[in-house]
Design a protein. Structure first.
Length: 607
């Protein structure tokens, strides 16, 4: 019996030893051959392989002409420009929202900014179009625009030519324009501190150079990289660069010291990386290299450049790439005959054969996993390439971003000495400067002071003195000063003060000040999260007297101004509901009549 027990114990031990040894060897092999396995998956098997020559589209849509620009994604679907001088918007289900005319000859340069679309007309005119197709403004740039507009943090937008860069505000005024040496045919790039990188054509000892420019048009420094830049793209950490010789690196700005630092790694000693594409999450980047008829891909960490995965994407010609982007699942790339999506782990999610290139003009891959082809016949074909498990979307709370911060030291000084960082004369001068083109470098100084005082204005409502238990706020006792500040907040061409207006409208009780604030909200018009409209609704319900004709008229004008600028169906609906409450018999006849006319004007905006 004891010998039998010993025999069984030996068998158990042997099985455990063999299983453990196999697991360890397998784990080690996995670490050492991960790249080989990834390549095998990429070249031998696909989760889904599709021939779009025979595949039935998930939906079809007809454009109002031949498509002359790449399709761009907005928050509501797709937008495109046609040779019929129209902007077309289409939902993700293929339903046409509108076809609206554009003044002038459209170009291929187009960029989406949330709900809005920037496009270039007649080569030199920058145009802002809202979600209902209304052209909000069209501004002359002064030079031929040679790339897609680049949207900034606070509503401003940057454009580049062959030897020029310019910046426009949310109101369409040109903030600055600078002359540069000849620029490389590469988009403007953002560093992580908000400054701009503009790559130059001229090399210095075989190395690429670039101007680093502030958001206010000031040339900060001339950068020289460690090699010739072949590809570059912005990401959360800064600018990812692919350099000649198979190296890649990251250019990052230190927000505290203002200096720029980089790291450089080698991905391939034999071949150059031709395209670099950072991921949406900012953690990794895909580096694409041509290897004969195939394209090799390296997935690297954006933090330190560590190579995580390598794979082959199969037959993709990088000199004929029609689209490349990061996706929710990983990365997407397409040339003129084939498209592929793959994960960060190196798995090919799907691959597709495309129709002959002479049958279509532009291709895009949407965030909804739809591959959209713009056909020569004005037809758009959309193919659902994969199913993603999307969590129920939650409303996204809008956050404003600024290139400047309030000067809190100045605020403390103001608090202690009862003085202001601005005076009425300087505010009038600033307001005059903002109403002209090319305010230039002065804007940064102005914006710091305006932001500081706007925060002080809002912050006063959090203090006890607004409740009558202390000194009355400076902004209450100096209405002219406050009115000028409100005008600056609304007229500086920045999208950062919508939340300030909403807070002030909710909390202000002085009737005259409320009217100033309502006029300011109307002048601004930009209300990305609908907070200003909500505040105006609050005033109607809780503050507005049935005989307050002047205040009611100003509210009607502000509701119309916000709805017109934003052009969003949800805000149209809310605005009409607000004005409808002013049609009830208890309101003064002048209020009812003005609300009825305004309501009709909002309905016309939707047509």
């Amino acid at each position: 019996m004891s010998m039998l027990k010993q025999f069984f114990f030996f068998l158990t031990f042997l099985s455990f030893f063999l299983a453990t040894t196999f697991a360890q060897k397998t784990a080690g092999a996995s670490k050492n051959t991960k790249n080989v396995k990834s390549q095998a998956k990429a070249t031998e098997t696909f989760i889904r392989s599709i021939d779009l020559n025979t595949e039935k589209p998930s939906w079809l849509a007809v454009a109002a002409g031949a498509v002359v620009s790449p399709v761009v994604e907005t928050s509501y679907g797709l937008a495109l420009i046609t040779d019929g001088r129209t902007v077309n918007t289409i939902t993700y289900n293929g339903n046409t929202l509108f076809n609206k005319n554009i003044k002038g000859s459209p170009s291929r340069f187009v960029t989406a900014m949330g709900d809005f679309v920037y496009t270039v007309v007649d080569g030199k005119k920058l145009t802002l179009i809202n979600p209902s197709g209304l052209i909000l403004w069209q501004s002359e740039c002064g030079f031929s625009i040679e790339d897609n507009p680049l949207c900034g943090l606070d509503g401003r937008v940057f454009v580049k030519g062959r030897e020029n860069i310019a910046c426009f505000g949310l109101d369409g005024r040109r903030k600055w324009q600078i002359k540069t040496p000849p620029l490389l045919e590469n988009p403007l790039l953002f560093l992580n501190d908000g400054s701009i990188i503009a790559l130059l054509k001229e090399l210095s000892d075989g190395k690429s150079t670039a101007f680093r420019i502030s958001a206010f048009g000031e040339t900060i420094e001339l950068l020289t990289f460690s090699g010739q830049v072949l590809s570059a793209a912005s990401c959360k950490q800064g600018v990812m660069l692919a350099l000649k010789g198979g190296t890649f690196g990251m250019c990052s700005a230190d927000k505290d010291s203002g200096s720029v630092s980089t790291w450089v790694k080698t991905a391939s000693a034999a071949r150059n990386i031709q395209i670099v594409c950072p991921a949406q999450n900012g953690k990794t980047a895909a580096l694409f290299t041509q290897n004969g008829a195939n394209t090799d891909v390296v997935i690297a960490s954006c933090q330190d450049g560590q190579v995580l995965t390598a794979l082959s994407a199969g037959k993709i010609n990088l000199s004929q790439v029609t689209a490349v982007r990061s996706t929710e699942n990983g990365y997407f790339i397409a040339d003129t005959s084939r498209a592929v999506e793959f994960s960060e782990d190196g798995d090919i999610i799907w691959e597709a054969s495309l129709p002959q290139k002479n049958n279509w003009t532009y291709l895009t891959y949407t965030s909804k996993n739809q591959l959209v082809l713009c056909m020569n016949t004005w037809l758009l074909k959309s193919y659902l390439m994969s199913q993603s498990v999307h969590k129920k979307s939650q409303p996204v709370k809008y956050q404003s971003f600024s290139y400047v911060k309030a000067d809190h030291k100045e605020s403390e000084k103001i608090e202690g000495l009862s003085i202001r960082s601005l005076d009425e004369d300087s505010m009038r001068r600033m307001l005059s400067d903002f109403q002209k083109d090319d305010i230039g470098k002065k804007e940064e100084e102005y914006m710091v002071k305006i932001t500081t005082e706007a925060e002080n204005f809002v912050g006063d409502y959090m203090k006890e003195d607004r409740l009558g238990r202390g000194n009355i706020s400076y902004f209450t006792t100096h209405p002219v000063y406050s009115q000028l500040l409100i005008s600056l907040m609304a007229g500086c061409g920045s999208g950062n003060f919508a939340s300030s207006f909403a807070s002030l409208l909710h909390n202000e009780s002085d009737r005259n000040m409320i009217i100033y604030l309502i006029k300011g909200a109307a002048a601004l018009g930009y209300d990305p999260d609908g907070s200003m409209l909500e505040a105006l609704d609050y005033i109607i319900v809780h503050r507005l007297s049935q005989k307050d004709v002047t205040e009611a008229r100003e509210i009607c004008d502000a509701v119309y101004s916000i709805c017109r600028f934003m052009g969003r169906p949800a805000l149209f609906k809310h605005g009409k509901e607000m004005l409808s409450t002013l049609l009830y018999p208890q309101w003064d006849k002048q209020i009812r009549d003005y609300a009825r006319v305004t309501l009709t004007n909002i309905v016309k905006l939707e047509l």
